[in-house]
Write a new protein. Structure first.
Length: 529
């Protein structure tokens, strides 16, 4: 049995994996190495379990979005809260909750609000799937508490406020009793156990919620069976301690992804953890080289596995006559005026080219800055033909919510600036994309993964593990002056684009499915003879 421990942690409160309302910008892309690995093992019907240390009452929606809902889950907090294992998803409705007579509901584009006698009783936040995430209760315009809903149809926890600030958080049993009370004031993060449940814990109180998680995780990890079970741990500062809590003789894999786990030669705890693991997995040569700096012996058990997002369809942009360019923009590394001008000139010369300038969770002022730069360039370059044809307008408007007033006032250019807040929207955009351009000093990891997963060639300023020059992309070794050449290389001739697609397919086959599992098991045998 393979036990996967992910690093799906929060930022402010690390042991919380909170679902965000649909109108909020997510802080990061959800996809990671654990999702990729679990999908591969799921598709191969290998025995696998997700062992989750973090609290996430909306977990099943997350697993569904990532196509891993078929994988069994052991949740530490489900065990603490006494949630029956057979309980399935049951979306809550407003009508399922108790409201005083005379309550009326007002629906805004962002949330629902409950009123009674002109006063706000509650605000109800929804997730991207239309599910109720939380219910914020008010009294005299002040927050009293927030109820967090479990996607299986019950109130999972309650966060109490005092003078407008979070005071303490009660985790509730499935039957509604509180079992843990976590203090949330600056000088006190302790956790109290309800007296009725002292028998379920080793202590009556804890210094913080992390201590509770460690106790319960250790119980599961010590129960793993040597020779049968493998622990696949996502490398993250919060996860490393779990290696030492695992039963002796159990094979351990430590998986590195992006910059999630800082690598420092002075980090001796990490060094000994890497020695303890039988296999080290990385997503890049850069990380692999950084690990070898610790010790040459570590290099022998370090292997790179390229991640792919199987939700993307290979080669689907061939169905369109127009060629869409997906130009990724990093918020703290905006394109230069010359780069934007070059893109607009390419658009002007090729009537069937379109561009989406893509931010991920970008600050509105940074998005506006790029929009203004584009407007200024258009004003100064009167001879550019950047307008949509009627047919292109029809395609651009498909499956999009359009502000009619904006459409009437705004010119219909063959480019648009978009600020993406979730992976599903990115995937939908890439379905019709013909070429990706990312001129960042370090190209965005998820965009590279998505690009190769969809067989889309990519233009970068630097060489990466995901893009090989003139095979599935173009590296601008001579700088921005090659940008037009790189774009037209893939968009004006079908042969280079098809070759890039075939190359991507070959890479995907090497690092997915049964071939990857055979590699994985072969690496483990090398370490054990």
């Amino acid at each position: 049995m393979y036990y996967f421990v992910p690093a799906w942690y929060g930022t402010d409160r690390i042991w919380q994996q909170s679902a965000t309302p649909w109108y909020w910008m997510r802080e990061s892309i959800e996809f990671d190495d654990t999702i990729n690995q679990v999908r591969i093992f799921q598709e191969a019907e290998m025995d696998r379990v997700l062992l989750l240390p973090q609290y996430n009452p909306q977990l099943r929606y997350f697993l569904h979005r990532q196509d891993i809902l078929e994988t069994d889950v052991i949740s530490i907090f489900d065990g603490i809260q006494g949630v029956p294992s057979e309980l399935s998803m049951r979306p809550l409705q407003l009508q399922d909750m108790e409201w005083p007579s005379g309550t009326i509901f007002s629906y805004t584009p962002f949330l629902a609000i409950a009123f009674r006698k002109g006063k706000c009783l509650a605000k109800i936040d929804m997730g991207v799937d239309g599910n109720i995430l939380s219910l914020t209760r008010y009294k005299d315009e002040e927050i009293i508490y927030i109820d967090y809903m479990d996607d299986r149809g019950f109130i999972s926890s309650r966060l109490y406020y005092n003078e407008g600030k979070p005071y303490f958080h009660e985790y509730l049993r499935f039957d509604g009793q509180w079992i843990l009370r976590e203090m949330l004031i600056e000088e006190n993060r302790s956790v109290m156990v309800n007296e009725a449940f002292f028998h379920a814990f080793k202590k009556e109180s804890y210094a913080n919620i992390g201590e509770v998680v460690s106790e319960k995780m250790k119980e599961h990890l010590m129960a793993l069976i040597p020779g049968r079970d493998q622990l696949v741990l996502a490398a993250h500062p919060a996860n490393l301690a779990f290696l030492q809590d695992t039963a002796s003789g159990v094979k351990k894999v430590l998986s590195f992804y992006g910059d999630r786990q800082p690598l420092s030669a002075e980090n001796f705890v990490l060094y000994f953890d890497m020695i303890d693991a039988q296999l080290l997995i990385t997503d890049s040569e850069k990380t692999k080289e950084a690990i070898s700096v610790f010790s040459p012996s570590l290099a022998q058990k370090t292997h790179r596995i390229t991640s792919f997002d199987s939700r993307l369809r290979l080669g689907s942009s061939q169905e369109r006559k127009e060629s869409k360019i997906y130009y990724y923009i990093k918020e703290n590394e905006l394109p230069t005026k010359n780069q934007l001008k070059k893109i607009l000139e390419v658009l002007g010369q090729h009537p069937l080219f379109e561009v989406v300038f893509a931010f991920y969770n970008g600050a509105p002022e940074r998005v506006k800055e790029v929009e203004q730069q584009l407007e200024e360039l258009i004003a100064s370059e009167q001879n550019l033909n950047l307008f949509q044809s009627p047919a292109q307008l029809e395609v651009l408007g498909e499956n999009q919510i359009i502000d009619k007033e904006f459409v009437q006032d705004a010119p219909d250019y063959r480019f648009v600036v978009k600020n993406f807040s979730n992976e599903n929207d990115i995937i939908q955009e890439l379905e019709k994309t013909r070429l990706i351009v990312d001129l960042s000093e370090e190209p965005n990891l998820y965009t590279q993964i998505a690009g190769i997963s969809a067989g889309i060639p990519q233009v970068n300023r630097v060489q990466t593990e995901y893009v090989d020059h003139l095979k599935n992309g173009y590296v601008l070794s001579k700088g921005d002056k090659e940008l037009e050449k790189a774009i037209t290389h893939f968009l004006l001739e079908l042969k280079p684009w098809n070759e890039a697609l075939v190359y991507s397919i070959e890479k995907i086959q090497e690092y997915t499915g049964q071939r990857l599992i055979e590699k994985w098991e072969g690496w483990m045998k090398e370490r054990h003879g």
